[in-house]
Design a protein around this ligand. Structure first.
Ligand code: SF4
Ligand code: FES
Length: 273
């Protein structure tokens, strides 16, 4: 049995139906080693405050829904162990730079709308080939590496909460959407930069970024959106990868039925004793 430590959680509460302004409530728990902030919230809700509201799902840092402002830093509650914070008082507030729906629940709609605005999907001149492929768009390891780290984004929105530019310009597309604009533009299967221009080559686009780098510090998946934004700026200014791109070619591969037939006909070597 591990020792427990007494920790006070100061939680920002707000109910739009009854409160004119947010207030703070405190709850003290005996926290064992390994307990996450999300687990502490569940315990507080079960034992003390059934109306406490937040958003979470997977509990394993995958769905991106439990972003909160923990001790004044945007973090995933399910990935943050209370005792690793090394303090007796843990403050938990909703993510800044978003409208507060209730208690710890931010309105993530702007994040999703900005993401959708940059057309985050492969745009290829041969749309039929994308919808009903007859083969593969082959990628070399180097071509994949050009955008690989930006694919790890789980749309948690922590980067927008950390971004000082978002705090002054709510229309700024923000690090998440701009990183995804670069992720697809840098993909050798994509020729969609021209379709994305209306969203990204605009006043609230990448030039608003003044490279604070707070987004990259906050990202729980190791994505570097600040880097993506600078690479996107370079692409727009120097036309390094975007406009003159040739569509990648389709490589015919063995039909699936033949692959299955080969697997069915494969006879494993006899077992040895
Ligand atoms: S870039 Fe990182 S912090 Fe931003 S939404 Fe994606 S996973 Fe979250
Ligand atoms: S609950 Fe899914 S990332 Fe935290």
């Amino acid at each position: 049995m591990t020792d427990k430590k007494q920790i006070t959680f100061r939680i920002r509460r707000f109910d739009p139906d009854t409160d004119s302004a947010p207030h703070w409530d405190s709850y003290t728990l005996n926290v064992p080693d390994g307990m996450t902030v999300l687990e502490a919230l569940h315990q507080i809700k079960a034992e003390r405050e059934p109306t406490l509201a937040w958003r979470s799902s997977c509990r394993m840092g995958v769905c991106g829904s439990c972003g909160m402002y923990i001790n004044n830093f945007p973090m995933l509650a399910c990935q943050t162990q209370v005792l690793h914070l090394e303090t007796n008082v843990v403050t938990v507030a909703p993510l800044p730079n978003y409208e507060n729906v209730k208690d710890l629940v931010p309105n993530l709609e702007p994040l999703i709308e900005k993401h959708a605005a940059v057309k985050p999907f492969i745009i290829h001149p041969n749309a039929n080939e994308v919808d009903e492929p007859t083969g593969e768009f082959i990628q070399t390891p180097e071509e994949r590496e050009a955008f690989s780290q930006f694919t790890y984004c789980i749309k948690c929105g922590l980067c927008l909460a950390a971004c000082p530019m978002m705090a002054t310009d709510p229309y700024f597309l923000g690090p998440q959407a701009l990183a995804q604009a670069y992720r697809y533009t840098a993909d050798n299967r994509d020729c969609g930069l021209k379709d994305r221009l209306i969203a990204i080559d605009a006043f609230h686009g990448p030039y608003q970024c003044h490279i604070a780098g707070a987004c990259s510090m906050a990202c729980p998946k190791g994505v570097d959106p600040a880097l993506a934004i600078q690479l996107l700026k370079r692409t727009l200014v120097l036309d390094s990868i975007g406009f003159g791109k040739k569509p990648s070619k389709v490589v015919r591969v063995m039909p699936l039925a033949d692959v299955v037939k080969q697997i069915d006909e494969f006879a494993p070597p006899p077992r040895t004793a």
